[in-house]
Design a protein around this ligand. Structure first.
Ligand SMILES: [Zn+2]
Length: 138
């Protein structure tokens, strides 16, 4: 059986963002142990402050055919926009990294509040191995 947490980190390696590689995988409830959908962050428009980036959570939800009651693993904390997308997609659980988010800490705190206030369970895990250092996978 796949280690979903590890799979999210493998997906992060596909990101070409030199500052913060983020990966996600989504496990539809009907397909536990059968298949996963993956996603990662990437830039679609050159705009300051990374506003032109698709986040890993957005990518994995767009790639998934069935998101109802799914569990979403993501290597980075959830921003407010991704949290809203996760809630309306019917995801019931998010597994995310316990990490010092530095300047993103407030945004991620609000993102996690949106998830909790809407019944999405959050499980925090230590970053996989020692791959995530300063937001960059090594
Ligand atoms: Zn986001």
């Amino acid at each position: 059986m796949l280690d979903y947490w590890e799979e999210a980190y493998k997906a992060a390696l596909k990101s070409e963002d030199t500052n913060t590689q983020v990966g996600a995988c989504l496990i539809p409830v009907a397909h536990i142990g059968k298949y996963i959908t993956i996603g990662w962050n990437y830039e679609i428009a050159k705009i300051p402050n990374k506003l032109g980036f698709v986040h890993a959570e957005m990518d994995v939800l767009a790639n998934a055919s069935n998101t109802i009651d799914a569990t979403l693993y993501c290597t980075w904390g959830c921003c407010t926009n991704c949290a809203k997308l996760i809630v309306i997609s019917g995801v019931i659980k998010m597994v995310t990294a316990e990490y010092d988010y530095d300047k993103w800490a407030q945004e991620i705190k609000y993102g996690h509040k949106i998830l909790r206030d809407n019944g999405v369970a959050i499980e925090f895990r230590k970053p996989f191995g020692s791959l995530l250092i300063g937001g960059v996978l090594r």
